[in-house]
Design a binder for this molecule. Structure first.
Ligand code: SAM
Length: 255
């Protein structure tokens, strides 16, 4: 029976075999890898991934699609985690995970923030996203696109833009351009916030009013003496600071 794509689940299924092969090639799965596919859908990526793997985990929310997958693959090849990827405890699936997916665009930003917390359990991630989201992820200080998403992801991951994908590669075609990006957790370095929750709050506060000077947005967090001690100009705007600067500010606020 034909599946009618559900807009509320961001269902745009990949149909371009050249693009599907290119995505699987950049992932380069090896037989024993612990791969988790988010949103397998009708299996466009699931099938070629399983051809190269002993076993695959998938996280899917749509019950009709889950029923299809259960019919198609035995549990020893495919573990199906039914439900919302936003609520999924990826640590419970295992360690050294390789996450992949043509992500539902309506939840991609909150999902990336959710996944940022699982850095210790992740080997790498390869995702298809709206191109505009990838632009924000890889933006550098001074870019108009540089924001909370860029800082929070670049703090935890090395990001690499891999390929662009046009709307015709999907059915139904989305209204936007897409791109595939790779994220690899950074090794613990000097770029480490002593208190990750404080760091996250600071970045959120700074970018809540991105047109304002830091002196104003960070009022009550960092005073003139604090800015001077760190050698940071308080008249800059949040998009002018590097990820390292946010870590330095957070660390100057105590443990
Ligand atoms: N991987 C397939 C492909 O490339 O053709 C489908 C991609 S489609 C863009 C997104 C998939 O994610 C759909 O299968 C959809 O049902 C699923 N999905 C949507 N929201 C989800 C959520 N919150 N948690 C898990 N899966 C979700």
């Amino acid at each position: 029976m034909k599946h009618i794509p559900r807009r509320r689940f961001g269902q745009n299924f990949l149909i371009d075999h050249g693009i599907i092969a290119a995505i699987v090639n950049v992932i380069a799965p090896q037989r024993g890898d612990a791969v988790v596919e988010i949103g397998p859908g009708l299996g466009a990526l699931t099938e070629p991934l399983l051809a190269r793997l002993d076993h695959l985990h998938v996280v899917e929310i749509d019950r009709d699609l889950i029923a299809r997958l259960k019919k198609q693959y035995p549990p020893e090849r495919l573990s199906i985690h039914e439900g919302d990827a936003l609520a999924c405890d990826f640590a419970a699936i295992g360690g050294n995970l390789r996450l992949v997916g043509n992500l539902p665009y309506n939840i991609s930003t909150p999902l990336l923030f959710h996944l940022a917390d699982y850095g210790d359990h992740i080997r790498d991630m390869h995702f298809m996203l709206q191109k505009e989201v990838v632009e924000r992820m890889v933006a550098v200080p001074g870019d108009g696109d540089f924001g909370r998403l860029s800082v929070m992801l670049q703090y935890r991951f090395h990001l690499e833009w891999l390929l662009d994908v046009p709307p015709e590669s999907f059915d139904p075609p989305p209204k936007v351009q897409s791109a595939v990006v790779r994220l690899i957790p950074r090794a613990a370095t000097d770029l480490t916030a002593k208190n990750p929750a404080r760091f996250a709050r600071l970045v959120q506060t700074a970018f809540a009013q991105r047109r304002k000077m830091l002196r104003n947005t960070l009022k009550g967090v960092l005073d003139e003496t604090g800015f001077n001690a760190l050698g940071i100009d308080p008249t800059l705007r949040p998009e002018d600071l590097a990820v390292e600067d946010y870590v330095r500010i957070a660390n100057s606020l105590g443990d």
